[in-house]
Design a binder for this molecule. Sequence first.
Ligand code: SAH
Ligand code: DHB
Ligand code: MG
Length: 232
Amino acid sequence: MSHPIWSAVDRYLNDLFVPPDDALDAALAASAAAGLPDIQVSPPQGKLLHLLARIHGARNILELGTLGGYSTIWLARALPPGGRLLSLEYEPLHAEVARANIARAGLAEVVEVRVGACLDTLPQIAAEGRGPFDLIFIDADKENYPAYLAWAIELSRIGSLIIADNVVRQGAVIDAADARPNVIGARNFNALLANDPRLVATVLQTVGGKGHDGLAFGLVVSTRQEKKRVGE
Ligand code: SAH
Ligand code: DHB
Ligand code: MG
C-alpha cells in the first residue's frame, strides 16, 4: 500500500541523509536472514528518532518493541557517555537477533533488551525504579497503545518526550467502521494523547516505502491531571 513516488522519494532521502553504515546495514541483513518481519522504522525515520534524542539530550531511553534493534541502534547512538537504553520485546527470537545486532554496533554495554510482554515488564521496570525516562519510544503491539501511553506517562518526568510509531495505519484510524484491534488501539491512543492534560502533543502523517502512517509526539508538561494550555 505504498505509492511508487513515496518509495522513490524515500530512497532519494535515504541516499542523501543516511549513508551506508556497517552496523545498521548488518542489522537489517541479519534481521531479514532470521525471518523477522520487515517493519522497522525507515532509515530517515530512524535518523529522526536519533536527532530528537540528541536535541532532547536524552540520557535514559525506554523503547517498547525492539524487533531486530534497528530503531534501538539509532536511539542508542544518540546517548551521551553514561547514557542507557532499555528495550522491551515479547519474542525471544527477536530479542536474540537484536542483541547480536546491538553488540555488532558496539552498544552492548549501553542497551538492555528485556524479553516479555510489555504489560508484564513495565510494572517490573517501575518497581525497579528504572525511570524516569527522558524519551520513550512506543512501537510494540498497537492494541495496547492506550495502556502503553499510561505507562509512559507513569515512567516520565516533566520534560519527558513520548514518541509513538504507526498511529495512522494507512488512514484506517479515521474509518469508524474499522474495528480491527490494532486500529482501535491507535485511534484510542490518539484520542488519549490529544486530551491528556499532562501532555502537549501532535501527530505527523508520514508516507514512504511502508505506505501511509503517522508518528505521534507528546511532551510531558505536568505530572498531575490539571488543566493546561498550549505553550505553558
Ligand atoms: N522498533 C522496531 C520495530 C518494532 S516492531 C524498529 O523500528 O526497528 C514491533 C515489535 O513489538 C515486534 O518485534 C513484536 O514482537 C513486538 N511486540 C509485539 N507485542 C509485544 C508485547 N506485548 N510486548 C513487547 N513487545 C511486543
Ligand atoms: C507493524 C508494526 C510496526 O511497528 C510497523 O512500524 C509497521 C507494521 C505491524 O505489526 O504490522
Ligand atoms: Mg513501527
